[in-house]
Design a protein around this ligand. Structure first.
Ligand SMILES: Cc1cc2nc3c(=O)[nH]c(=O)nc-3n(C[C@H](O)[C@H](O)[C@H](O)COP(=O)(O)O)c2cc1C
Length: 186
């Protein structure tokens, strides 16, 4: 149980690679981590909150507040709770918002409130990935100290072949192990 006692926020965005978040979540839980999932509103079009809440054993968070009863989710508390934030898959849109502080959903406000290490695994079509805007946002995120896990090359959901596939969950788990072993107090 290498991740026993570790609190991880798994942020899931609206990418076709969102199904890989389920494997990632299973791996994190198997290793003993306590995982809180945050989904962007678009992510829910790709994988259901029910799947991720069942695998994590916690309700998935997505909205700032519940309209019916005024209950709200504190991004500040979430950001301070986490030992690690993992954004996987990260879309071009979310990379841009994270890089530029466009805080219009719970994922971004939590990211901006956090003090812990942040790992980002982008996933997108090869041309979106290569666009100077995406590359600039990735460089900005690196300059903030965030760890980017480069996407792999291969067949993409569009049918094109190139760099853009979200890295496999097993490899991402290995990176997290390295981070936790390097930063023993995080
Ligand atoms: C079928 C489909 C697949 C998509 N896959 C991706 C993707 O892998 N990466 C990406 O950056 N955007 C992808 N998009 C576009 C995003 O869903 C869109 O930019 C959305 O606004 C992202 O919002 P979010 O980052 O808040 O989740 C896809 C859209 C569709 C319709």
């Amino acid at each position: 149980m290498e991740f026993q006692g570790k609190k991880i926020i798994l942020c899931v965005c609206g990418s076709i690679a969102a199904y890989k978040a389920a494997y990632l979540l299973r791996g994190l839980v198997k290793l003993g981590a306590e995982v809180q999932v945050i989904m962007t509103p678009y992510a829910k079009e790709f994988i259901t909150p029910l799947t991720l809440s069942t695998l994590s054993g916690r309700p998935v968070l997505s909205e700032f507040f519940t309209r019916d009863n005024g209950q709200w989710n504190s991004h500040v508390d979430l950001g301070l709770w986490a030992d690690l934030i993992l954004v996987a898959p990260a879309t071009a849109s979310t990379l841009g918002k994270m890089a530029n502080g466009i805080a219009d959903n719970l994922l971004i406000t939590t990211y901006l409130s956090a003090k812990c290490p942040v790992i980002i695994a982008p996933a997108m079509d090869l041309d979106m990935f290569q666009h100077p805007s995406t590359q600039r946002n990735i460089e900005l995120l690196r300059s903030y100290g965030n760890l980017i896990i480069d996407p792999a090359s291969g067949e993409l959901a569009s049918g094109l072949v190139g760099k853009g596939r979200m890295e496999e969950p097993e490899l991402i788990l290995e990176k997290i192990k390295t981070i936790f072993s390097e930063k023993k107090n995080c």
